[in-house]
Design a protein around this ligand. Structure first.
Ligand SMILES: Cc1cc2nc3c(=O)[nH]c(=O)nc-3n(C[C@H](O)[C@H](O)[C@H](O)COP(=O)(O)OP(=O)(O)OC[C@H]3O[C@@H](n4cnc5c(N)ncnc54)[C@H](O)[C@@H]3O)c2cc1C
Length: 291
């Protein structure tokens, strides 16, 4: 399997920012993935998996790790009765399409989450009252300690959090779904997508929610808005005029621009509400799991 160098992460992230990966691999089988993880271990390098890059902000200076993107067999989808098996790199859109064709419901909530199966596990992604914990049966996890299936209960899934170890790669997942007529699935998805378009900047380059919603009635976006920051711009990045918990790449933004906006949002919300916002977006940098 080829190990590339200098691959710019700006090409692999939805916000379109980020410097080069120190090393980059596209394993397409379990054996290739294990080979990549061993390659990194021999060199004392961290492994960072990138899915669709829809919830990451990679440092402009680059990421000092072996970055892997799962392809081929590790992005494929199959269905057996009410069980959907997917590679960690399979997109939510493809999983949902296959589930709907097979008359299986349960994944509808993920229709507007532009990520992969593995990214969904790592983030316990969710929307409209459901998240990965509601569908995940088990995940095949590869790390330098070895490969093995973990049951959903062993993954510590909570609000936008999993207990996956640093460097662990979700190679495959199994979702337990429920029979549902395809027409009903289609109608619900259309409704959810329309709701998204009405409230979020779906046609802009973003990395999804910047901050987790703090406990209580008022969401992070509303707090940022009430702090007067909607539309606030630093360099090429702007706090979305549509939904303040999104940062848009308005014009050749850098990750540094986004980080400065995040720091300003934290400062102002702290002053206004006495709340310490916790970031949802994953920062990748010279210390790969934290800029
Ligand atoms: C327009 C928009 C709307 C969004 N809406 C939502 C929403 O409603 N709800 C929500 O929860 N999120 C939302 N997101 C954020 C994002 O789509 C989700 O967090 C998604 O699950 C990330 O998946 P990904 O494959 O793109 O992961 P990435 O963004 O590539 O990675 C995110 C994290 O997961 C890790 N990771 C990725 N793949 C694997 C793998 N195979 N094994 C181990 N770790 C892995 C990465 O290393 C990183 O730590 C939105 C994003 C955008 C841009």
């Amino acid at each position: 399997m080829e190990i590339e160098t200098g691959v710019p992460l700006a090409r692999l992230t939805t916000i379109g920012t980020g410097g080069p990966a120190a090393a980059f691999a596209r394993p397409s089988t379990l054996a290739e993935l294990e080979e990549a993880v061993a390659w990194a271990a021999e060199r004392g390098m961290d492994v960072v998996t990138i899915g669709l890059g829809s919830n990451v902000l990679a440092a402009d200076e680059g990421v000092d790790a072996l970055v892997v993107r799962l392809e081929g067999e590790l992005a494929s989808v199959s269905i057996d009765a009410d069980l959907l098996a997917a590679g960690g790199g399979a997109t939510n859109a493809v999983c949902l399409h296959r589930a709907r064709s097979a008359g299986l419901g349960g994944l509808e909530f993920a229709c507007a989450i532009p990520g992969t199966a593995g990214g969904g596990v790592r983030m316990n992604a969710g929307a409209y009252g459901s998240d990965w914990s509601t569908i995940l049966r088990r995940a095949l996890v590869v790390s330098r300690a070895g490969s093995g299936w973990l049951e959903a209960a062993e993954l510590g899934l909570s609000y936008r959090h999993s207990s996956l170890e640093r460097g662990a790669v979700v190679a495959r997942v199994e979702y337990r779904l429920t029979p549902r007529p395809p027409d009903e699935i289609k109608a619900e998805v259309a409704d959810l997508v329309a709701r998204r378009k009405a409230t979020q900047p779906t046609n802009k380059r973003t990395f999804g929610s910047v901050f987790k919603n703090p406990p209580g009635e008022v969401g992070a976006g509303r707090m940022i808005e009430l702090s007067g920051l909607k539309g606030h711009r630093i360099g090429g990045a702007v706090i979305s005029p549509r939904h303040a918990n999104f940062i848009e790449n308005a014009d050749a933004a850098t990750s540094a621009d986004c980080l400065l906006l995040m720091a300003e949002a934290c400062r102002r919300v702290g002053e206004e509400f006495g709340i310490a916002l916790e970031q949802e977006v994953v920062l990748l940098g010279s210390d790969p799991e934290g800029v």
